[in-house]
Design a protein around this ligand. Structure first.
Ligand SMILES: Nc1nc2c(ncn2[C@@H]2O[C@H](COP(=O)(O)OP(=O)(O)OP(=O)(O)O)[C@@H](O)[C@H]2O)c(=O)[nH]1
Ligand SMILES: [Mg+2]
Length: 226
Protein backbone atom coordinates (compact mmCIF):
# COMPACT_ATOMS: atom_id res chain seq x y z
CA UNK A 1 0.00 0.00 0.00
CA UNK A 2 2.79 2.40 0.97
CA UNK A 3 4.72 1.48 -2.20
CA UNK A 4 1.70 2.13 -4.43
CA UNK A 5 1.21 5.56 -2.86
CA UNK A 6 4.88 6.47 -3.33
CA UNK A 7 4.75 5.42 -7.01
CA UNK A 8 1.64 7.56 -7.50
CA UNK A 9 3.45 10.54 -5.95
CA UNK A 10 6.49 10.01 -8.19
CA UNK A 11 4.29 9.87 -11.29
CA UNK A 12 2.31 12.93 -10.18
CA UNK A 13 5.42 15.06 -9.62
CA UNK A 14 6.86 13.84 -12.94
CA UNK A 15 3.62 14.87 -14.69
CA UNK A 16 3.80 18.33 -13.11
CA UNK A 17 7.40 18.79 -14.31
CA UNK A 18 6.54 17.59 -17.82
CA UNK A 19 3.52 19.93 -17.96
CA UNK A 20 5.71 22.92 -17.06
CA UNK A 21 8.31 21.95 -19.69
CA UNK A 22 5.54 21.52 -22.26
CA UNK A 23 4.30 25.04 -21.44
CA UNK A 24 7.81 26.28 -22.35
CA UNK A 25 7.62 24.48 -25.70
CA UNK A 26 4.17 25.95 -26.32
CA UNK A 27 5.36 29.47 -25.50
CA UNK A 28 7.97 29.13 -28.26
CA UNK A 29 5.76 27.24 -30.74
CA UNK A 30 8.03 24.20 -30.69
CA UNK A 31 6.61 20.77 -31.62
CA UNK A 32 7.81 18.00 -29.27
CA UNK A 33 7.80 14.30 -30.17
CA UNK A 34 8.83 11.31 -28.04
CA UNK A 35 10.00 8.20 -29.92
CA UNK A 36 9.63 4.92 -28.04
CA UNK A 37 10.27 1.26 -28.89
CA UNK A 38 11.90 -1.90 -27.67
CA UNK A 39 15.72 -2.02 -28.10
CA UNK A 40 16.84 -1.95 -31.71
CA UNK A 41 13.48 -1.39 -33.46
CA UNK A 42 14.93 1.59 -35.33
CA UNK A 43 14.40 4.75 -33.21
CA UNK A 44 17.78 6.32 -33.99
CA UNK A 45 17.51 5.36 -37.66
CA UNK A 46 14.11 7.10 -37.71
CA UNK A 47 15.68 10.18 -36.12
CA UNK A 48 18.53 10.14 -38.68
CA UNK A 49 16.16 9.85 -41.67
CA UNK A 50 13.77 12.46 -40.28
CA UNK A 51 16.57 14.93 -39.59
CA UNK A 52 18.13 14.35 -43.02
CA UNK A 53 14.78 14.99 -44.74
CA UNK A 54 13.63 18.01 -42.72
CA UNK A 55 16.67 19.88 -41.41
CA UNK A 56 16.92 22.30 -44.35
CA UNK A 57 13.36 23.48 -43.74
CA UNK A 58 12.88 23.10 -39.98
CA UNK A 59 15.21 23.80 -37.05
CA UNK A 60 15.62 20.60 -35.06
CA UNK A 61 17.11 19.66 -31.67
CA UNK A 62 17.39 16.05 -30.53
CA UNK A 63 17.58 14.57 -27.03
CA UNK A 64 18.96 11.04 -26.91
CA UNK A 65 18.07 8.84 -23.94
CA UNK A 66 20.27 5.83 -23.26
CA UNK A 67 21.22 3.88 -20.19
CA UNK A 68 24.88 4.42 -21.08
CA UNK A 69 27.11 5.70 -23.87
CA UNK A 70 26.76 8.31 -26.62
CA UNK A 71 26.64 6.15 -29.76
CA UNK A 72 23.18 7.41 -30.74
CA UNK A 73 24.01 11.08 -30.04
CA UNK A 74 27.08 10.79 -32.29
CA UNK A 75 24.92 9.33 -35.08
CA UNK A 76 22.50 12.24 -34.79
CA UNK A 77 25.20 14.93 -34.61
CA UNK A 78 26.69 13.44 -37.80
CA UNK A 79 23.42 14.48 -39.49
CA UNK A 80 24.24 18.11 -38.72
CA UNK A 81 21.86 19.00 -35.89
CA UNK A 82 22.31 19.70 -32.18
CA UNK A 83 21.84 16.79 -29.84
CA UNK A 84 21.94 16.34 -26.07
CA UNK A 85 22.68 12.90 -24.66
CA UNK A 86 21.09 11.86 -21.38
CA UNK A 87 22.52 8.77 -19.69
CA UNK A 88 19.96 7.34 -17.26
CA UNK A 89 22.61 5.20 -15.48
CA UNK A 90 20.35 2.16 -15.31
CA UNK A 91 16.87 3.67 -15.42
CA UNK A 92 14.74 2.14 -18.17
CA UNK A 93 13.05 5.42 -19.25
CA UNK A 94 13.47 9.19 -19.47
CA UNK A 95 11.49 11.37 -17.07
CA UNK A 96 10.73 15.01 -16.35
CA UNK A 97 13.50 15.35 -13.78
CA UNK A 98 16.16 14.14 -16.23
CA UNK A 99 14.83 16.51 -18.87
CA UNK A 100 14.79 19.48 -16.49
CA UNK A 101 18.57 19.04 -16.14
CA UNK A 102 19.11 19.60 -19.88
CA UNK A 103 16.19 21.89 -20.79
CA UNK A 104 17.95 25.17 -19.89
CA UNK A 105 20.73 24.39 -22.41
CA UNK A 106 18.27 24.19 -25.31
CA UNK A 107 17.50 27.52 -26.95
CA UNK A 108 13.79 27.02 -27.61
CA UNK A 109 13.62 30.33 -29.50
CA UNK A 110 15.87 28.85 -32.17
CA UNK A 111 14.08 25.56 -32.87
CA UNK A 112 10.84 24.33 -34.43
CA UNK A 113 11.03 20.63 -33.52
CA UNK A 114 12.29 18.81 -30.43
CA UNK A 115 12.79 15.09 -30.99
CA UNK A 116 13.28 12.91 -27.91
CA UNK A 117 14.50 9.34 -28.37
CA UNK A 118 13.53 7.41 -25.25
CA UNK A 119 15.43 4.46 -23.78
CA UNK A 120 14.84 1.21 -25.71
CA UNK A 121 12.07 -0.44 -23.69
CA UNK A 122 8.47 -1.29 -24.55
CA UNK A 123 7.16 -0.92 -20.99
CA UNK A 124 8.45 1.86 -18.67
CA UNK A 125 8.74 4.85 -21.08
CA UNK A 126 4.96 4.79 -21.55
CA UNK A 127 4.42 5.40 -17.83
CA UNK A 128 6.44 8.62 -17.59
CA UNK A 129 5.00 11.72 -19.23
CA UNK A 130 7.48 13.85 -21.18
CA UNK A 131 7.11 17.41 -22.48
CA UNK A 132 5.87 16.43 -25.93
CA UNK A 133 2.77 16.85 -28.06
CA UNK A 134 3.00 13.45 -29.73
CA UNK A 135 4.21 10.00 -28.73
CA UNK A 136 5.49 7.76 -31.50
CA UNK A 137 5.96 4.02 -31.08
CA UNK A 138 8.20 2.06 -33.43
CA UNK A 139 7.80 -1.72 -33.74
CA UNK A 140 10.02 -3.73 -36.05
CA UNK A 141 8.81 -6.80 -37.91
CA UNK A 142 11.27 -9.31 -36.31
CA UNK A 143 9.71 -8.52 -32.90
CA UNK A 144 6.42 -10.18 -33.92
CA UNK A 145 2.90 -8.88 -34.42
CA UNK A 146 1.64 -9.68 -30.91
CA UNK A 147 3.25 -6.65 -29.24
CA UNK A 148 0.06 -4.53 -28.92
CA UNK A 149 -1.60 -7.41 -27.08
CA UNK A 150 1.32 -7.94 -24.70
CA UNK A 151 2.34 -4.30 -24.13
CA UNK A 152 -0.95 -2.38 -24.54
CA UNK A 153 0.00 0.77 -22.56
CA UNK A 154 2.69 1.78 -25.04
CA UNK A 155 0.15 1.67 -27.88
CA UNK A 156 -2.63 3.36 -25.92
CA UNK A 157 -0.31 6.26 -25.10
CA UNK A 158 0.83 6.68 -28.72
CA UNK A 159 -0.38 9.00 -31.46
CA UNK A 160 1.42 7.28 -34.35
CA UNK A 161 2.66 3.72 -34.82
CA UNK A 162 5.54 2.97 -37.16
CA UNK A 163 6.08 -0.62 -38.28
CA UNK A 164 9.73 -0.68 -39.33
CA UNK A 165 11.89 -3.21 -41.21
CA UNK A 166 9.22 -4.26 -43.71
CA UNK A 167 12.14 -5.25 -45.96
CA UNK A 168 12.43 -8.25 -43.60
CA UNK A 169 8.80 -9.38 -44.03
CA UNK A 170 9.73 -12.32 -46.32
CA UNK A 171 11.96 -13.75 -43.58
CA UNK A 172 9.95 -13.20 -40.38
CA UNK A 173 6.50 -14.20 -39.11
CA UNK A 174 4.92 -10.78 -38.82
CA UNK A 175 1.19 -10.68 -39.51
CA UNK A 176 0.36 -7.09 -40.48
CA UNK A 177 -3.42 -7.74 -40.31
CA UNK A 178 -3.20 -9.18 -36.80
CA UNK A 179 -0.98 -6.29 -35.72
CA UNK A 180 -3.24 -3.56 -37.15
CA UNK A 181 -6.35 -5.20 -35.69
CA UNK A 182 -4.76 -5.37 -32.22
CA UNK A 183 -3.60 -1.73 -32.40
CA UNK A 184 -6.98 -0.47 -33.64
CA UNK A 185 -8.73 -2.32 -30.81
CA UNK A 186 -6.78 -0.07 -28.44
CA UNK A 187 -6.87 3.10 -30.58
CA UNK A 188 -9.34 2.93 -33.46
CA UNK A 189 -8.09 5.88 -35.54
CA UNK A 190 -4.35 5.88 -34.90
CA UNK A 191 -2.16 6.19 -38.04
CA UNK A 192 0.00 3.11 -38.68
CA UNK A 193 2.86 3.63 -41.14
CA UNK A 194 4.62 0.53 -42.50
CA UNK A 195 8.16 1.53 -43.46
CA UNK A 196 11.61 0.30 -44.25
CA UNK A 197 14.05 2.87 -42.93
CA UNK A 198 16.70 0.94 -44.82
CA UNK A 199 15.14 1.22 -48.30
CA UNK A 200 13.07 4.34 -47.61
CA UNK A 201 9.79 2.61 -48.53
CA UNK A 202 6.79 4.21 -46.81
CA UNK A 203 8.86 6.89 -45.04
CA UNK A 204 7.27 9.79 -46.95
CA UNK A 205 3.93 9.15 -45.22
CA UNK A 206 5.56 9.58 -41.81
CA UNK A 207 7.34 12.73 -42.96
CA UNK A 208 4.09 14.18 -44.33
CA UNK A 209 2.35 13.52 -41.01
CA UNK A 210 5.13 15.29 -39.11
CA UNK A 211 5.37 18.21 -41.53
CA UNK A 212 1.64 18.69 -41.29
CA UNK A 213 1.99 19.16 -37.50
CA UNK A 214 4.99 21.49 -37.97
CA UNK A 215 3.06 23.65 -40.47
CA UNK A 216 0.14 23.93 -38.04
CA UNK A 217 2.39 25.01 -35.16
CA UNK A 218 4.23 27.39 -37.47
CA UNK A 219 0.95 29.06 -38.52
CA UNK A 220 0.04 29.44 -34.83
CA UNK A 221 3.50 30.89 -34.10
CA UNK A 222 3.29 33.50 -36.83
CA UNK A 223 -0.32 34.26 -35.79
CA UNK A 224 0.87 35.01 -32.26
CA UNK A 225 3.66 37.26 -33.56
CA UNK A 226 1.42 39.33 -35.88
N1 LIG B 1 16.76 -4.54 -42.19
C1 LIG B 1 16.55 -3.37 -41.62
N2 LIG B 1 17.33 -2.95 -40.60
C2 LIG B 1 17.08 -1.74 -40.04
C3 LIG B 1 16.02 -0.91 -40.48
N3 LIG B 1 16.00 0.20 -39.71
C4 LIG B 1 17.00 0.06 -38.83
N4 LIG B 1 17.67 -1.09 -39.03
C5 LIG B 1 18.84 -1.62 -38.30
O1 LIG B 1 18.39 -2.00 -36.99
C6 LIG B 1 19.45 -1.81 -36.04
C7 LIG B 1 18.94 -0.99 -34.86
O2 LIG B 1 18.57 0.30 -35.32
P1 LIG B 1 18.60 1.58 -34.36
O3 LIG B 1 18.04 2.70 -35.15
O4 LIG B 1 19.92 1.75 -33.75
O5 LIG B 1 17.56 1.10 -33.26
P2 LIG B 1 17.18 1.81 -31.89
O6 LIG B 1 15.74 1.56 -31.66
O7 LIG B 1 17.60 3.23 -31.90
O8 LIG B 1 18.05 0.99 -30.85
P3 LIG B 1 18.34 1.34 -29.28
O9 LIG B 1 18.59 2.81 -29.20
O10 LIG B 1 19.51 0.50 -28.95
O11 LIG B 1 17.09 0.92 -28.55
C8 LIG B 1 20.58 -1.11 -36.79
O12 LIG B 1 21.53 -2.08 -37.18
C9 LIG B 1 19.88 -0.54 -38.02
O13 LIG B 1 20.74 -0.39 -39.13
C10 LIG B 1 15.20 -1.36 -41.58
O14 LIG B 1 14.26 -0.73 -42.03
N5 LIG B 1 15.52 -2.60 -42.09
MG1 LIG C 1 18.79 4.29 -30.53
Amino acid sequence: MVEVKLMQQILASNDALAREQLRQLNRHGVVGINIMSGPGAGKTTLVEKTVAALKDKWRIWVIEGDIQGDIDARRVIAQGVSCTQINTQGACHLDGLMLSAVFPSIDLKKIDLLIIENVGNLVCPAEFKLPVHYNITVVSTPEGSDKPIKYPLMFTKSDVIIVNKIDLLPYVDFDMMQFSRAVRKLKPRIPIYAVSLRSGEGVSKWLSWLEDKLEKFCRKKSGTRS
